[in-house]
Design a protein around this ligand. Structure first.
Ligand code: NDP
Length: 329
């Protein structure tokens, strides 16, 4: 079985040289344990933070150890109660083809829901992030919601859920194809390519009356523009700041932060794992929309563990539309 290890810590943008593929011999299955073959694994921007040796809300990846991340797999053999061969499970043991774990590391999921990779995206951590983010600042019908990174995994679901709530939704993304996806498949009301002209200029054009909510996936110039355009009592969901993840020196903060005071804005930080206790409610609501065909599930799929690093690095070049996943063959 192959697995991907972190072998050195990047400065700035990571490269393939920071990773190594390691062949691992599977031990005989101990009592109370389960052998799982991963079918799909997730690559996510937050993993960039875990490559640094700094204290944060998740511990750093260890050098010479396999990377971690969410995955969907199939039980090959089980010596634990409650699991049998053929069961489909999610875990945090991605970046490897096979693994052995005990029951508490696995979460059984319904195999009838297809594609199973949806448990990494729309019905997984990024979908939960989108849903929890909207709830965090009580997004409701009539709100004008601006989403950056809108064509990504979190952004497209946040926008579709906001539309289902009766909001007016504005999205920014980095290519013409992404803009078409948002407009034609996700039902966004107004969209722009943030690479075409300064964000503030474009946001002023598409939101002449301002915005009520900013769902921030990127930080930087988009956050600064949103601060300028938010209405009085507006809310910001501080979800991500990908524009700064590879910065070698911290980028300067928004020059117009004082808008928080003058416009009495609320800015709330979000970490998805805080919402894991709401997973049943999330599956009921968002899984319901998905099964009813009310939620488009877009994925960009790389095939083979050999492509995992490239897929991960591609997130920082905007290579994905919807959720970036790796299918393990
Ligand atoms: P995405 O699927 O959105 O993938 C990343 C996208 O970010 C790329 O496709 C690219 O799209 C965009 N991007 C890359 N570099 C830049 C840049 N310099 N400026 C602006 N956009 C850029 O990833 P996710 O949906 O998984 O995550 C979105 C954000 O949410 C990330 O910041 C992530 O860290 C955060 N997040 C936070 C969580 C939490 O608990 N707080 C949980 C999950 C995600 P484009 O072509 O449009 O540039």
């Amino acid at each position: 079985s192959r697995e991907i290890h972190l072998i050195s810590r990047p400065h700035g943008m990571p490269t393939a040289a920071n990773f190594a593929t390691v062949e691992n011999k599977l031990e005989p299955l101990p009592d109370e344990s389960i052998l799982v073959r991963n079918l799909y694994m997730s690559v996510d921007p937050y993993m960039r933070g875990r490559m640094n040796d700094t204290k944060s809300y998740v511990p750093p990846f260890q050098l010479g150890q396999p990377m971690e991340g969410s995955a969907v797999g199939e039980v090959v053999e089980s010596r634990a109660e409650g699991f049998k061969a053929g069961d489909i499970v999610t875990s945090m043991l991605g970046w490897r083809e096979y693994f052995i774990a005990e029951a508490q590391a696995l979460h059984p999921v319904n195999r009838e829901i297809q594609p199973l990779s949806v448990y990494l995206g729309t019905l997984g951590a990024t979908g939960l992030t989108a849903w929890a983010g909207l709830n965090l600042v009580d997004v409701k019908a009539g709100d004008i919601v601006f989403i950056s990174g809108a064509a990504g995994a979190v952004g497209n679901v946040a926008g579709q859920l906001a539309k289902l709530r009766g909001c007016e939704v504005i999205g920014a993304a980095g290519s013409g194809e992404k803009i078409d996806f948002l407009k034609n498949e996700c039902g966004f009301d107004r969209v722009f390519n943030y690479k075409d002209a300064p964000v503030l200029e474009q946001l002023n054009r598409v939101a002449p009356d301002g915005i009520d909510v900013y769902f921030d996936n990127v930080g930087g110039a988009s956050l600064e523009a949103a601060l300028a355009v938010l209405r009085t009592y507006g809310r910001i969901i501080a979800c991500g700041g990908i524009s700064g993840y590879n910065a070698e020196k911290p980028a300067p903060g928004p020059s117009n932060l004082f808008n928080i005071t003058t416009k009495r804005l609320t800015m709330k930080g979000l970490i998805v794992s805080d919402s894991l206790n709401l997973i049943d409610e999330f599956h009921k609501e968002v899984g319901g929309y998905f099964q009813a065909g009310k939620l488009k599930n877009r994925e960009t799929v790389a095939t083979g563990i050999d492509r995992a690093v490239e897929a991960f690095l591609g997130l920082f070049d905007g290579k994905n539309i919807g959720k970036m996943v790796v299918k393990l063959d």
